[in-house]
Write a protein that binds this ligand. Sequence first.
Ligand code: DUT
Ligand code: MG
Length: 240
Amino acid sequence: RVKQGFITFDHVSFIYPGTTKSVLSNVRFSVNPGERLAVIGSTGSGKTSLFQLIPRLYDATEGEIRIDHRPTTDYTLDNLRRSIGYVPQSPLLFTGTVAENIAWGKEHASTKEIIHAAKDAQIHDAIMELDNQYQTKVGQKGVNLSGGQKQRISIARALIRNPKILMLDDSTSALDLTTESKLLHAMESYECTTLLITQKISTAMRADRILLIDEGKVLAIGTHEELLHSSSLYQRIVTS
Ligand code: DUT
Ligand code: MG
């Protein structure tokens, strides 16, 4: 099958509704189908905002975002969001079982698919240690899970839908290096275009390319080697 998930940001600027500050300015870059792009930049630089524009949680103030050469505004919201697995920075679980939370958004998910996604998301073992395993109630009225466990349930929820585009907003920050490594390896079998925001250079280096943003502007995009040569800010981040 032809790989899908080509993403283009075409001169995108963004101001949150009701505010005046430009959060993203003239952002342009493309991500190839099946490519893994790491997004790095200091806190408040606009990484999450950039992510939110892709499934149209907000609309760009100026410019256009295209997926597979079609403006995102041409898709129905339902179709657009169905093709994107978005793991937010602070994922929410709803009141229900672990299994229901993983299957959310995918109709008729089988137990086998749920377990498969949980294993890939490196959360299966932790689920098996809960009192009622996959039937354990979570969310506001359920057991307390750690931030990292919620993130991984949210990753499983994204993976089970076999998305064209997978987006992880700092989703591996709570993981130890070995678990993170296993997760990134498992994700490779999904053949989706992957965008991952990360604070860790070691994680960013595992991507095909790195996008460096600063104060809402794209400072550089390229491989680790390319950025080392082209961006003084990147050099500073790497050596700090
Ligand atoms: N901002 C708003 N309204 C919002 C969210 C963010 O005005 O609802 C501002 C705060 C900041 C800028 O947008 O000045 C970019 O925020 P964003 O959350 O995109 O930054 P980040 O790069 O994701 O920061 P962090 O690494 O802390 O997650
Ligand atoms: Mg953020």
